[in-house]
Design a protein around this ligand. Structure first.
Ligand SMILES: NC(=O)c1ccc[n+]([C@@H]2O[C@H](COP(=O)([O-])OP(=O)(O)OC[C@H]3O[C@@H](n4cnc5c(N)ncnc54)[C@H](OP(=O)(O)O)[C@@H]3O)[C@@H](O)[C@H]2O)c1
Length: 270
């Protein structure tokens, strides 16, 4: 069982949603936190919440950073290592979405989602790995999505970015197998966060009503998975069903995607 108390954890996208809830859960279990996101003001709010709720835990280190900016990412990791003496766990959680028909998604929107969700994680992995290698251990957690398992209608750019992150994680896992550094992939399903308010809507479809899991529940599962040294964490019943059907009854998954595409299509556009 891995120990969280005293571990130095860098969380990207720590100011909101799953990242914020994970930081609170980690603080509860005694982790030493470094939080990052672009907006310092929102990071401060989370930090104040943590300090109020857990006065005995070391105050979080707050470093504003755009993970898609290489120079920002280099400075972020350097500051973390300078202040905390190292990084034991990196949680690549910062992410954005684009929703709507792939044919209505501009090339720049495809690029921006890849820049944050994929290259943002790559930026940090490349910076953190040498430090973890020096100490001979560490854990990198990449927050993917159930949408990384199969292309979901109207989420093409997003699915591609998360599938790329999963593939990279699996390559790294094999390459680092004897290094003492572990890679965990998390596949959250629909979660109640600001994500859907912030995502760019390009048109052609509506969002499903769906059941949304509280971010706190997702955070608890992630932190339990760290303690239990899990490699993969698939969340929600829909996520588990998709994983199963994709392998054992692939035609069912394909059929379901086509039905979803038809149901959610903006009928004016069809
Ligand atoms: N919500 C869901 O249903 C769901 C499902 C599956 C997977 N996920 C994944 O879970 C992760 C967290 O999402 P969430 O739902 O918690 O969304 P959220 O509430 O919108 O939080 C996103 C976080 O990422 C930060 N962020 C965005 N762009 C950034 C950038 N360029 N550089 C640094 N930080 C950036 C945001 O802060 P700033 O705006 O201040 O930068 C914020 O802290 C994402 O990777 C998302 O894809 C979410």
């Amino acid at each position: 069982m891995a120990k969280i108390e005293g571990s130095r954890v860098l969380v990207t996208g720590g100011s909101s949603g799953i990242g914020r809830a994970t930081c609170i859960e980690l603080a509860k279990r005694g982790a030493i936190l470094a939080l990052t996101a672009r907006r310092l003001k929102t990071l401060r709010k989370v930090s104040d919440e943590i300090k109020d709720a857990f006065p005995d835990v070391q105050a979080p280190l707050l470093i504003p950073c755009d993970v898609s900016d290489r120079e920002d990412a280099i400075k972020l990791v350097k500051k973390c290592v300078d202040h905390l003496g190292g990084i034991d766990i990196l949680i690549n959680n910062a992410g954005i979405g684009v929703y709507g028909k792939a044919e209505m998604t501009a090339l720049d929107d495809f690029r921006s989602v890849m820049e944050v969700n994929f290259f943002g994680s790559v930026n940090l992995i490349l910076e953190v790995l040498p430090h973890m290698k020096k100490t001979g251990g560490g854990l990198i957690i990449n927050i993917a999505s159930v949408a990384a398992m199969h292309g979901v209608p109207y989420m093409g750019a997003y699915c591609a970015s998360k599938a790329a992150l999963v593939a990279l994680s699996q390559s790294l896992r094999a390459e680092l197998a004897t290094s003492g550094i572990s890679i965990m992939i998390v596949y959250p399903g629909y979660t109640q966060t600001n994500f859907f308010r912030v995502e760019k809507k390009v048109g052609g479809a509506r969002r499903p009503a769906g059941r949304y899991v509280p971010a706190k529940k997702v955070a608890r599962s992630i932190v339990n998975a760290i303690e239990n040294e899990r490699q993969d964490l698939v969340l929600t019943l829909e996520g588990k069903a998709l994983k199963f059907s994709k392998v054992f009854i692939p035609w069912l998954a394909e059929g379901a995607m086509q039905r979803i595409a038809y149901k959610l299509a903006d009928k004016k556009e069809v």
